[in-house]
Ligand binder design. Structure first.
Ligand SMILES: [Zn+2]
Length: 511
């Protein structure tokens, strides 16, 4: 019989901690709906004590998303746990995820406590969490650099206190796969009450081994993998969900393991996360990169044509990668609404009306609207229609340019509810817009990278602009903008970027 491994997705928590990858609450909710359709076992929705935004996001996901467990992260202190529980208590299936570091280096230099004190804190935290709810996960932060016997002691103590999932993270991405697998086996073999819990693994990709280590841990008895869409996460990121899952699926002969994931949903959510975070997927990224499949990489040899398996070990359709026609010029509102539902969007009436308008406008120009167009537009509508807590809302833009004209821009925006108009010129259109914006939003934004893509191809295709910029403290932000017009797409990207800075301001950092 195949072994079932749980998939714990932390895109909304660890993934969102990637530099410059802040997500709005609406974006988090949209991703959480997609994760539920993907059928992950647990969605870690945030770190409620870290900021009001995190708290709100966990609460809204808990109230609205059914199917998976909804987890909130908290340190092993009562006020963190109470705050997490307050956000999670609305969920059908809540899970409190509490952690404390267990490696000597963290105990000594970060927490400045002894091993015994850490065990006491962990026990107390887990039993307090367990008084709130049945499902409690405990993480021994920096487990891969923790003394194995001490790790066993901590594990035994927290299982006794009520934890049913014990996570042994490779927090700093230091472990080698074989060694990490041995550690997991050692804990399973040496903890007497191990039957009452499962081992979870959470690996970082600092040495490019996050997926390999996670898979090796499963071969050694781990029952849950923590991962993120596109491998997002702190520093070099986490184990990528799509790589982990497709390893199990493609090499069933080797692992004899199954997950509950609907792999046909992988491509859509991967695109959504990339657009919302503004972080592009590298072209040669396994599974979801543009060149990941032989025929897309331009290998058109005889072998591929007569049998794709000559060069392809996976079928792109298995991850839902197809250019599917969604709607045409004559599709009605109901057809659009149904397609949106199938794609996992839950729109208000106002958003739906805008969606219909935008799709019809695009269908007029492009004749057909593909699934990718639809999702890109949906994400844009989600970001602009009926949005709360947007610091800047774009009302009007006029730009002038030509070979004998100084590029000039006039913009009108609502900045914190107040209408403001400004004009400026610049070296080019984008520069003039940025200068005009600077007259309203007084903060030096420095553009570092600018990328323009066509969503589906052709000069009439939707333009997708992604920018990377830094603020006055050299902090990085990613932002994207979408429009049929490249100038408008660029302006929207700038506006989205400013809104990101404003949101970041309201967050406080936590160690
Ligand atoms: Zn992590």
């Amino acid at each position: 019989m195949k072994k079932r491994v749980d998939v714990f997705d932390t895109t909304l928590r660890d993934g969102e901690q990637s530099p410059g990858a802040t997500l709005t609450i609406d974006e988090k909710l949209a991703i959480a709906h997609q994760l539920a359709l993907l059928r992950v076992d647990t969605i870690e929705a945030g770190f409620p004590i870290a900021s009001n935004d995190d708290y709100e996001a966990v609460k809204i996901v808990s109230e609205n998303v059914q199917g998976p467990y909804i987890a909130g992260l908290c340190r092993s202190v009562e006020k963190d746990i109470a705050r997490a529980w307050d956000a999670l208590k609305h969920a059908d299936k809540p899970c409190i995820h509490t952690f404390i570091a267990t490696s000597d280096i963290h105990l000594q230099y970060k927490l400045k406590i002894t091993r015994d004190q850490a065990i006491e804190m962990a026990k107390k935290a887990v039993s307090y969490a367990h008084d709130c709810t049945e499902k409690v996960e405990f993480s021994a932060e920096d487990a891969s650099r923790t003394d194995w016997d001490y790790l066993c002691k901590v594990t035994e103590a927290v299982i006794d206190a009520g934890a049913s999932v014990i996570n042994l993270p490779d927090t700093v991405g230091y472990a080698e796969p074989e060694e990490y697998g041995r550690m997991v086996k050692y804990v399973i073999d040496n903890v007497p009450n191990m039957d009452d819990a499962i081992i979870s693994v959470h690996c970082h990709n600092d040495l490019g081994l996050a997926v390999a280590s996670s898979l090796e841990a499963v071969r050694n008895g781990a029952g849950q993998i923590e991962c993120t869409i596109n491998g997002l996460g702190e520093r070099a990121g986490n184990a990528s969900l799509e790589e982990v899952v497709m390893n199990f699926k493609t090499r069933q002969d080797y692992f004899n393991v199954d997950t509950n994931i609907d792999t046909k949903r992988i491509f859509n959510i991967s695109q959504m996360v990339s657009r919302f975070t503004g972080i592009n997927i590298q072209r040669n990224k396994a599974i979801v990169g543009k060149n990941a499949f032989a025929h897309e990489a331009g290998i058109h040899q005889h072998g591929v044509l007569s049998n794709p398996l000559c060069y392809e070990i996976m079928n792109p359709e298995n991850i839902g990668k197809q250019t599917e026609l969604i709607v045409g010029k004559h599709s009605g509102k109901h057809a659009i609404e149904k397609s949106l539902k199938d794609l996992g969007y839950d729109f208000s009436k106002e958003q739906l009306n805008r969606m219909v308008e935008e799709i019809k406008a695009l269908a007029d120009k492009q004749k057909t609207v593909l699934q990718e167009d639809m999702m890109a537009i949906a994400e844009d509508v989600l970001n602009t229609v009926g949005r709360s807590n947007q610091a800047i809302v774009l009302n009007e833009v006029t730009v002038m340019t030509g070979n004998k004209t100084t590029p000039t821009a006039v913009i009108t925006v609502e900045y914190n509810g107040e209408k403001k108009t400004a004009a400026s010129y610049g070296a080019g259109v984008l520069d003039s817009v940025a200068n005009a914006m600077r007259n309203i939003y007084d903060s030096p934004l420095k553009l570092q990278e600018y990328e323009l893509k066509a969503i589906t191809g052709g000069t009439d295709a939707l333009a997708d602009v992604s920018i990377l910029f830094t603020d006055k403290d050299s902090k990085e932000y990613h932002a994207r903008g979408l429009d049929e017009d490249i100038v408008m797409a660029s302006v929207k990207a700038i506006v989205n970027g400013i809104n990101q800075i404003e949101r970041q301001k309201s967050k406080k950092t936590i160690n």
